[in-house]
Design a binder for this molecule. Structure first.
Ligand SMILES: *Cc1c(COP(=O)(O)O)cnc(C)c1O
Length: 388
């Protein structure tokens, strides 16, 4: 689609302008939105670049190209949700194939993997990604696909992608990293040895809490082409309007990330010094167990963090009733700040026992830090904390 040669441009430039001024019909600067489901053939046995919208759409392809370039991949598939992106990889596997996934992976991912395993579509091993022996044992069973999530949700545990990927590949497994929490602006797993990157573009890539979408970006062109075909087989491609909105959101990804993570760092420092707070989980703090690995493999520490209140469940309840500026909601990565209570919201399905094993207490709160002014964010949290 894109007429201009943009090879060699910095990632910020790709995000800001991929597909700009590429409209052959009218020279539109903002890429047009093509809603058509089907395309006229030029004549007998003469299809054009596009024939049917399930396989490919010009608007969606601009997003595909931009995401592939931002992650340093050979190609990508844009899907209707982050879950569809994960299932694009998992749903193609065979009943004998083993998937190794983190025991504290995103709740929706857990539900999908368990559902597929229960139906006999895959074999599944859930491991603590930080436990070397458990990881080695799972790989030794002959893993076909290893899923990695870092930083993890909601405790922001960080694992070394290069080390885990090297071991998985030595064992013959493909490696997919869910990069939703950082976006390509802050972490590029393919450069660290992963085969695929997964995104819920619902989060930072779109960034405005108004689209559900996903993507898989692959390092290898042949793999990318196979996934594109599989997306056509199962029909999980993203809608054109969603792609158009997501491309619009992507324009400001780098600027948003920079300001949101600066706000998150200020908040993490403030919370760490607060008497009502027992622990802060933010990879940007030197006290965080994954700080050194995060500093090495990430370009920034991101805008997600969580913290434990000294007063437990009761304090969390009072905090939520009194907090300002932050909206009580699930999801993350938007321009507006959100607060979630994992034990009763995102991680309620897990059950109390599994939460205790994972370290998700009743006094844990998760923040997705947005673009509001730092002093308003801190004042908003202070109203909550003073009620604890
Ligand atoms: C939200 C999320 C998903 C699922 O994406 P949807 O767009 O909601 O389907 C997957 N992984 C992570 C880490 C997420 O935060």
């Amino acid at each position: 689609m894109s007429e201009q040669d943009r090879t060699g441009l910095e990632p910020q430039s790709i995000a800001a302008a991929h597909g700009v001024a590429s409209d052959p019909a009218f020279g539109a600067v903002a890429p047009p939105l093509y809603m058509s489901s089907t395309y006229e053939f030029a004549g007998y046995e003469q299809p054009r670049a596009y024939d049917y919208g399930r396989l490919a759409n010009p608007t969606r392809d601009l997003l595909v190209e931009a995401l592939a370039q931002l992650e340093g991949g050979a190609g990508a598939v844009v899907t209707s949700s982050g879950m569809a992106a994960i299932d694009l990889l998992v749903g193609r596997l065979r009943p004998t194939d083993l998937v190794v996934a983190p025991h504290d992976c995103y709740g929706g991912t857990m539900r999908l993997l368990k559902a597929r395993a229960e139906r006999g579509h895959i074999r599944l091993r859930l491991v603590d990604q930080g436990d070397e022996a458990a990881y080695a044992a799972a790989l030794a069973e002959g893993a076909a696909l290893v899923l990695i999530e870092t930083p993890s949700n909601p405790l922001m545990r960080v694992v070394d992608i290069a080390a885990l990927a090297a071991r998985a590949k030595a064992a013959g497994a493909a490696v997919a990293v869910d990069n939703t929490f950082l976006s390509p602006a802050l972490q590029q797993p393919l450069a660290l040895g992963a085969d695929h990157v997964i995104h819920s573009t619902t989060k930072y890539i779109n960034g405005h809490s108004d689209v559900i979408g996903g993507a898989v970006i692959s390092a290898d062109a042949d793999q990318a082409a196979q996934l594109r075909q599989w997306a056509n087989v199962v029909g999980c491609g993203g809608a054109p309007f969603d792609a158009w909105l997501t491309l619009r959101g992507l324009r400001t990804l780098f600027a948003r990330m920079e300001m949101q993570q600066a706000n998150a760092m200020a908040i993490a420092r403030h919370l760490e010094a607060h008497p009502a707070v027992a622990a802060v989980h933010y990879p940007g703090l030197p006290s965080h167990a994954g700080h050194a690995v995060a500093a090495r493999q990430q370009r920034g520490f991101g805008a997600m963090l969580s913290f434990d209140l000294v007063g437990g469940a009761e304090a969390a309840k009072r905090f939520i009733a009194a907090v300002r500026v932050f909206t009580l909601a699930e999801s993350l990565g938007g321009v507006e700040s959100l607060v979630a209570h994992p034990a009763t919201m995102t991680h309620a399905d897990m059950g109390e026992e599994a939460r205790a094993v994972a370290g998700i207490g009743d006094g844990l709160l998760r923040l997705s830090v947005g673009l509001e002014a730092e002093r308003d964010l801190i004042a908003g949290l202070e109203s909550g904390l003073s009620a604890c």
